[in-house]
Ligand binder design. Structure first.
Ligand code: HEC
Length: 328
C-alpha cells in the first residue's frame, strides 16, 4: 500500500515536471516571436530624452552660476589647501583647539555660536575636565527653583556657548546697525566656504581711489559691495598661543579660526567620512558577492538552449501516456 502511494507520488511529480517543461517551451517560443523589441525602443527613447533634458538643465544651471560669478561685485577668494578637505582626511584637532581660543578671545564679543554646546568640544579639542572647567567660566541664568525664583549658576557641559547680545536689536545697536551673524554654520552658509572666510579675515586693505566709505564701514574687497561693518580684527600676534612652536601670524590665526568654524559647521563630518569608507568597503564586498551568486544561479538558465519541436513533444506525450497505462 505504502509502495503504491510512493509510486503515485513519483508519477505525479514526473507529470508536473513534464508539464512545467512544456510550459517553459511554449513561453519561450511566444516570447521570441512577440513584438517586445519595438516596445523596448520606445522606453529607450524616453530614457534618452529624459537624460538629454536633465543634462541640458544641469548645463543651464552651471552657466547661470558662472555668469552670476562673473558679474559679482567682489574679488573671488583664492583656493587654500585645507587639511580637512577630502574623503580621507579628518579635521585638524589642534587647529580646532587654537581656533576655539581665537573665537573666544576675538570673535565671541560680537558673534554667537548658538548651536555649539560645551559638551560638543569634548573629545574634539578638549578633554572632559577641560571642557567642564571652560563651561564653569560662564554664568547661566537658570530657574525657576522650588520656590519659583530665577537664579544664576556656573555653566555645565550641557550649556550652549554664551550669546554676546540678548537679542538681534542689541547686536545691531552695538554695531552701527549691522548684525554680526551667528557663526555656527557660516562656513556652509557662504559661497566659497573656508576660502571665503579666510580671505575675508585677512583681506582688509585701503579702498581704491574714488571709493567712498560711510562712517563705521571698512573696505574689504572680498565682501560683496566692498564695504563691511566689521573692522579688521586679526593681525600678527593679536592672539598668544600657549604652544611657542606655532607663531601667531595673521594668516595662522585666521586659518585656525576658520578650521574651528569648519568644524562647527559640520561637527559630525569626520564620523560621516568614516561611515562612507565603511559602507564603501562593505558594500563592495556584498555587491560583488551578490553579483557572483546571481551569475551562478542564472548560469544554467542563461546558457541553455530550448528548441521548439512539436513532433518530439508529441512523441514524448504518447510515451508518457503509454507509461500511465501500466498496471500499478
Ligand atoms: C566688533 C564686533 C565684531 C567682532 C569682534 C567680529 N565680528 Fe565678524 N562681523 C561683525 C559684524 C557687524 C558683521 C556684519 C557685517 C556686515 O554685514 O556688513 C560681521 C560679519 C562677519 C561675517 C560674515 C560676512 C558675510 O559674508 O556676511 C563673518 C564670517 C565674520 N564676521 C567672522 C568673524 C570672525 C571669524 C571673527 C573673529 C576673528 C569676527 N567676525 C569678529 C562684527 C564683528
Amino acid at each position: 500500500m505504502r509502495f503504491n502511494m510512493a509510486g503515485k507520488l513519483l508519477n505525479f511529480g514526473s507529470k508536473l515536471f513534464k508539464s512545467s517543461k512544456n510550459f517553459i517551451n511554449a513561453a519561450y517560443v511566444r516570447r521570441s516571436t512577440s513584438t517586445n523589441a519595438r516596445k523596448w525602443t520606445g522606453a529607450r527613447q524616453k530614457l534618452l530624452t529624459f537624460g538629454a533634458l536633465t543634462g541640458a538643465a544641469g548645463l543651464l544651471m552651471y552657466a547661470m552660476d558662472v555668469s552670476v560669478d562673473a558679474s559679482s561685485d567682489c574679488v573671488h577668494p583664492s583656493k587654500q589647501g585645507w587639511g580637512h578637505k577630502g574623503l580621507l582626511s579628518a579635521v585638524d584637532k589642534e587647529g580646532v583647539r587654537r581656533g576655539y581660543q581665537v573665537y573666544k578671545e576675538v570673535c565671541a564679543s560680537c558673534h554667537s555660536l548658538k548651536y555649539i554646546a560645551y559638551r560638543n568640544l569634548v573629545g574634539v579639542c578638549m578633554t572632559e575636565a577641560e571642557a567642564k572647567s571652560e563651561a564653569e567660566g560662564i554664568t547661566v541664568h537658570d530657574g525657576p527653583d522650588e520656590e519659583g525664583n530665577y537664579f544664576d549658576r556656573p555653566g555645565k557641559l550641557s550649556d550652549y556657548l554664551p550669546l554676546p547680545y540678548p537679542n538681534e536689536e542689541a547686536g545691531r545697536a552695538a554695531n552701527n546697525g549691522a548684525y554680526p551673524p551667528d557663526l555656527s554654520y557660516i562656513v556652509s552658509a557662504r559661497k566659497g566656504g573656508e576660502d571665503y572666510i579666510f580671505a575675508l579675515l585677512t583681506g582688509y586693505c585701503d579702498p581704491p581711489a574714488g571709493f567712498s566709505l560711510r562712517d563705521g564701514l571698512y573696505f574689504n574687497p572680498y565682501f560683496s559691495g566692498g564695504a563691511i561693518a566689521m573692522g579688521q580684527l586679526i593681525s600678527n600676534e593679536s592672539v598668544t598661543y600657549p604652544d611657542d612652536k606655532i607663531s601667531p601670524t595673521a594668516s595662522q590665526i585666521a586659518k585656525d579660526v576658520v578650521t574651528f568654524l569648519a568644524w562647527t559647521s559640520e561637527p559630525e563630518g569626520d564620523i560621516r567620512k568614516l561611515l562612507i569608507i565603511k559602507v564603501t568597503i562593505i558594500s563592495t564586498f556584498l555587491i560583488s558577492l551578490t553579483y557572483y551568486i546571481k551569475r551562478l544561479k542564472w548560469s544554467s538558465l542563461k546558457s541553455r538552449k530550448i528548441f521548439f519541436m512539436p513532433e518530439v513533444q508529441e512523441k514524448a506525450k504518447q510515451e508518457s501516456n503509454k507509461t500511465d497505462d501500466c498496471p500499478k
